[in-house]
Ligand binder design. Sequence first.
Ligand code: ATP
Ligand code: MG
Length: 383
Amino acid sequence: MEKVVIIRYAEIHLKGKNRNYFERIFAMNLERALKGIRHELHRTSGRYLVADFEEGQTDEIMRRISRVFGVHSYSTGLLVDADEGSIFAAAKTFAPTSGTFKVETHRGDKHYPLTSMEINARIGGRLLDAIPTLRVDVHAPEHTVYIDIREGHRALVFGSFEDGPHGMPVSTAGKGLLLISGGIDSPVAGFMMAKRGLTVEMLHFHSYPYTNEAAKEKVVALSKILSEYSLVTRLTTVKVTHIQEEIHKKCAAELNVTLLRRFMFRIAERIAARVGAKCLVTGESLGQVASQTMEGLTSSNAVVTLPVLRPLIGFDKEDIISIAKKIGTFETSVLPYEDCCTVFLPDYPAIRPKLSFIEEEEKKLDIEALVSEALESAEIIRF
Ligand code: ATP
Ligand code: MG
């Protein structure tokens, strides 16, 4: 009898000819997620089994697997020889001591001599004999003991299913660059795109010394949480202080935010080329703040050629917050540190900035020199 974690995968099934490719990446992602924990990963049709791990690591393994996109559901279970005695012994460890139950068998190996119904009846009967306080209820049982007959005369026995994160295995959809602030939205945007299989590299802008070390630490902390899903363990930071000072000194105050965002996008496109990202990702949501109007979004798009993915575009703040809570970024996001966007914030930012006005104001700046200078400040933080 061997303790295992059973992993069932999801959408990957749909991918026809690409299935092998998807499965290979999925297995690789499982290995990356389990890095540092002694284990063996085995594949059986439609499932992966984590085996040979220390009992004390079970919870950590389950926690990590709960973040691997492509996982449909997962369970802790026992792998046994598929003879009745061994199955019964395993089933007994998952049976409750009182209340109602049923046995549910899935027969993956169609050559197995007993039908699913026969296995249910035999194992169920023996459990009733062994634990007289139990009752059978096949319609609405309080507990279910699951038996999964596998090829090679083996059986998996388990007592529950945990719902996985679903989605597509990370890196099956190419690579993007997330503009990550210390706020609530951008980590959620990164999570959403990783869930669709995108490898999410990260870029953060700071305006040291106006923003401090703690603000940076907060972004690193958020990136770390995101990396449990995206499996990317580095973050690029770029200093935009001089750009902000120049904008503040020379341009119309109501365009501060708009102009800064255009610089961020220009720099992001250059960093994307460095890390091999083929799109930008932001946490913008239509109408949420002055810079996220159609005109605001258009003015940032106008300075880049890469597509800009905005997975939160149609989300309410409450929806975003509830995802942030679920994925574990919310508490860090609400820590009170200054973001570079709040430095030199004008009293009345332009809500519908005209592109002609923006371009006129930008002529007062040496765009290329400022972008190059900022790029020189780029640092890669690995964690
Ligand atoms: P967030 O909660 O993600 O900070 P927000 O609602 O506060 O978003 P803005 O501050 O206008 O909105 O930022 C919009 C988007 O621009 C962010 O979601 C993020 O993708 C990007 N962004 C903003 N500030 C930064 C920064 N300092 N570094 C990198 N990207 C940033
Ligand atoms: Mg913000």
